[in-house]
Design a binder for this molecule. Structure first.
Ligand code: 13P
Length: 256
């Protein structure tokens, strides 16, 4: 199976941006710009914006995601949100293991795995983030690390559940820095991720998995990035906060 039969997914990760009112306004602006896209279009928004986002996106091709999920079903976990709660709110996707959560909030490969299992068991599509720091890249650990993070995240995930998994390769040094990986670096990193999936699930299953690139992807560089065989769309931070820029990226993925 080749890229031509994998559907690209362009997902915005809004991070800690936008109020519910701003959410409604931005999605209303985006809707006509991304209508008819030949790729999946997702916006992952803060928990407090989910209701507004689901309402604004109704009847459009925009799907709504969350930015994190807890691995327990319920209980004394102050500040956390369960997978079933997200499903009940109309959420279809969830970002798991973003490098900002790993860096600032103590996320580990083990908790990324637990969150991934909880999301998949609840029927959510999991966008699982992996990526190396600049230091790890310079020490030559990129392939080893990407394969390790990918396999750890997927421990216990069944072949059937793999159909609801998206992996986002996000080199930490490219996130929010304006330094994008070259298209070849993105393709290579995504290739390492796919190879790890193949080692665990076989070639055929791995060829069907959407592997995104993320890290300073924007309206200018998206076309070249998504033209690569292993780059099945992107996870977009800053550029997903601007309707015009986001829609150019969606267009690039539709044609890529
Ligand atoms: P930027 O596109 O702002 O670099 O962020 C990428 C990212 O972290 C998406 O999850």
């Amino acid at each position: 199976m080749k890229k031509s039969v994998r559907r690209a997914v362009i997902a915005g990760n809004w991070k800690m941006n936008n109020t519910p009112a701003q959410t409604t306004a931005l999605i209303n602006e985006m809707k006509p710009l991304v209508a008819g896209a030949d790729c999946d279009v997702v916006l992952c928004v803060p928990f407090v914006d989910i209701a507004a986002a689901v309402e604004a996106a109704k009847g459009s091709n925009i799907k709504i995601g969350a930015e994190n999920v807890h691995f327990k079903a319920s209980g004394a976990y102050t500040g956390e949100v369960s997978a079933d709660m997200l499903v009940a709110c109309g959420v279809e996707y969830v970002v798991i293991g973003h490098s900002e959560r790993r860096q600032y909030f103590g996320e580990t490969d083990q908790t990324v795995n637990l969150r991934s299992l909880a999301a998949l068991n609840a029927g959510l599509k999991a966008i699982i983030c992996v990526g190396e720091t600049l230091e790890q890249r310079e020490l030559g650990y990129t392939e080893t690390l990407l394969k390790y993070q990918t396999k750890m995240a997927l421990t216990g995930v069944t072949k059937e559940q793999l159909k609801n998994v998206i992996i986002a390769y996000e080199p930490v040094w490219a996130i929010g820095t304006g330094v994008t990986a070259t298209a070849d670096q993105a393709d290579e990193g995504n290739g390492f991720v796919r190879a790890a999936i193949a080692e665990a699930y076989g070639e055929e299953a791995a060829e069907a998995v959407t592997v995104q690139y993320g890290g300073s992807m924007n309206a200018k560089n998206a076309e070249e990035l998504v033209s690569k065989v292993n780059v099945d769309g992107g996870l977009i931070g800053g550029a997903s906060l601007k309707a015009a820029d986001f829609s150019v990226i969606v267009k690039a993925a539709s044609e890529g």
